[in-house]
Design a protein around this ligand. Structure first.
Ligand code: ATP
Length: 334
């Protein structure tokens, strides 16, 4: 019998291609998984009338873990984001995004080691919008004490457990005095309970400048939802692009692992997508399941593949297909 049951959401665009690559690597690493595949998004809407059917949410609750390819969200109309709906319905309040340099990847910096911790359930992503009149659309930035304390506690807990030196709270409280002010107040309150972790605050615009000029100045970044989203892509750019950065959406009972990037419709079906982000996300999933040894095996194989540099995909300067890169990772599994 398989060791783990994991819900699998292949997603859209390059989703199925990078999911297949990840499954091959996990199997080669000797991890036995009983995959429970489901369609969500457009495919589910056509079949069931809902982009996120209840049965999918229930199965993730039952298994406790899901691996998810990117799911496209129609711009301007259509249905609300399935990614956001999953986070809200499963109360996946913390989005954990490690951003690390990989050897041999052409990038602006080589020593980047950041962890972005993004609040995942509120802020402008609460999706509260309305028309005031014909000329004016309003969006509500919702920040609560409960969610802000919860994410701050998660960030300091993480920093403390992983021996990180510093947590930076990212904000714009000079302008958004109440909403970001509350976020900051909660971060300060929780910071005072963790004297072993250095606590600093940075305006989001100043932080972007810091990251571009000297990313090693920062360590763990504690962000409200929107800033976390934007800063994640910026940080991915520092280490060589979106194909490399994994993410975990974590709640008290359930966790969903994914790549930071989207469905990349421009390269879908061409067999050239870089599956690194999702493979690294699957390593985070193994660590979450308590299998640190398998997690380290997968991560080491990815790093070694980059170090050898012989079969890298086009987004990081190589010419390998997704399958060739995947085989190279498999060959590096010790
Ligand atoms: P979505 O609407 O789903 O967010 P998008 O195209 O707006 O899709 P991304 O999917 O994140 O946003 O893609 C941004 C750019 O990065 C695209 O040019 C895409 O091809 C590239 N990209 C993203 N992920 C990868 C990957 N895994 N491998 C190679 N290129 C990628």
């Amino acid at each position: 019998m398989a060791r783990y049951s994991v819900v699998l959401l292949p997603g859209d665009g390059i989703g199925p291609e990078i999911v297949e690559a990840t499954q091959i690597v996990l199997a080669a690493a000797g991890v036995e998984i009983d995959w429970k595949p489901f369609d969500v998004g457009v495919a589910a809407l056509e079949r069931t009338g809902s982009p996120l059917p209840d049965e999918v949410v229930e199965e993730i609750r039952r298994c406790g873990v899901a691996l998810k390819g990117p799911i496209a969200t129609p711009i301007g109309g259509g249905f609300a984001s399935v990614n956001v709906a999953l986070r809200q319905r499963l109360n996946l309040y913390a989005n954990l995004r490690p951003v690390r340099s990989l050897p041999g990847v052409p990038a602006r910096y080589s020593g980047v080691d950041l962890v972005i911790i993004r609040e995942n359930t509120e802020d402008l992503y609460a999706g509260i919008e309305h028309w005031l009149d014909d000329d004016t659309a309003i969006a509500v930035k919702r920040i609560t004490r409960t969610a802000s304390r919860q994410i701050a506690r998660f960030a300091f807990d993480y920093a403390s457990r992983h021996r990180r030196r510093q947590v930076t709270a990212v904000h714009k409280a000079n302008i958004l005095k109440m909403s970001d002010g509350l976020f900051l107040q909660c971060a300060r309150e929780i910071a005072s309970q963790y004297p072993q972790v250095r606590y600093v605050e940075r305006l989001v615009d100043a932080l972007c400048l810091d990251l571009v000029l000297d990313p090693e100045r920062h360590d763990v970044l504690l962000c409200p939802n929107l800033y976390g989203d934007i800063v994640s892509d910026l940080a991915a750019g520092l280490v060589g692009g979106l194909g490399l950065t994994p993410a975990a959406n974590i709640g008290d009972e359930v966790a969903v692992f994914e790549a930071v990037h989207g469905s990349a419709p421009d390269i879908a079906g061409k067999g050239i997508a870089n599956p690194t982000a999702l493979i690294l996300a699957s390593a985070m999933m193994l660590a979450h399941l308590g299998d640190d040894e398998a997690a380290a095996r997968v991560e080491r194989a990815v790093v070694e593949t980059y170090r050898r540099g012989r079969a890298l995909p086009p987004d990081v300067g190589g010419t390998a297909t997704t399958r060739e890169f995947t085989q190279a990772v498999v060959a590096c599994i010790a």
